[in-house]
Design a protein around this ligand. Sequence first.
Ligand code: SF4
Length: 300
Amino acid sequence: MQQTRVDQGMNYYLKFIENYPVLNQLADADEESVLKLWQGLGYYSRARNLHKTAQQVRDEYGGEFPKTYAEIIQLKGIGPYTAAAISSFAFDLKHAVVDGNVYRVLSRYYGIDEPIDTGKGKKIFQELADSLIPESDPALFNQAIMEFGAIQCTPNNPDCESCVLNQSCRSAFNPELIKKLPVKKGKTTIRKRYFHYLHIEKEGEIALDQRTHKDVWEKLYEFPLIESDNDAVPSEFRDSALLCYQTKHILSHQHIYAFFYRTDLKEIKGLEMKFIDKSKLHDYPIHRLMEKYLERNSEL
Ligand code: SF4
């Protein structure tokens, strides 16, 4: 659920456990079906990792989920946060979770201005959280501190007035400290990208490609694409394509300016065209940007 609201993820969770009630069923599923179920949720590497992890658990642990932190953190796509969450929630082990909420609560309460996005900062906060978590019911502590950050010590306008910690908190009623903490060193740079998509049909078929390289939306399907460094129509089809839709698609570290063109060209230099039966288009896992385009075109 990191970076995703529960109400957004809930239906996906229910669909997953309905389709794969047992871990081995998820492991045995083909990757495309898993991606199809995930379609629309974003962060597709999570779906791929979830699937690979299920296979790892099937192959290395006989289908039974490992029960120690050391083993859990070895699983694909599982870092310290998720390993601590699973260890404490599922197995009652004493491992502190440190997510955005926890960083905020701890940095404000103790007045720590060490940046949270450096190796040193992460270590300091992890050690502090580990020193606070009690032997008894570590899961409750983890849930409570995250929830406290989510509803009491919120990013803007924390409710210091009604806070049970306001007598001892270093930042209580101090707007400057509240604004400053937690400190982040590096600002995320946003990359601008320009995607030019071609909607091409011929005799009941439509051109569709799979993204195979290490990049956003790996393994998902989309129209043939030319990426350029600006919004001008690429020279490869400048005189033979009609712009029919454009949009800006925002991802966490990228802004994608997308242009969709219709064309009758069947061959375009530098693009390998693969056609599929048009009626099967909706069987393929696609990303949200493609979905937006299809939603606008009822004939698809
Ligand atoms: S007193 Fe204010 S800043 Fe301190 S923990 Fe409570 S809500 Fe957060």
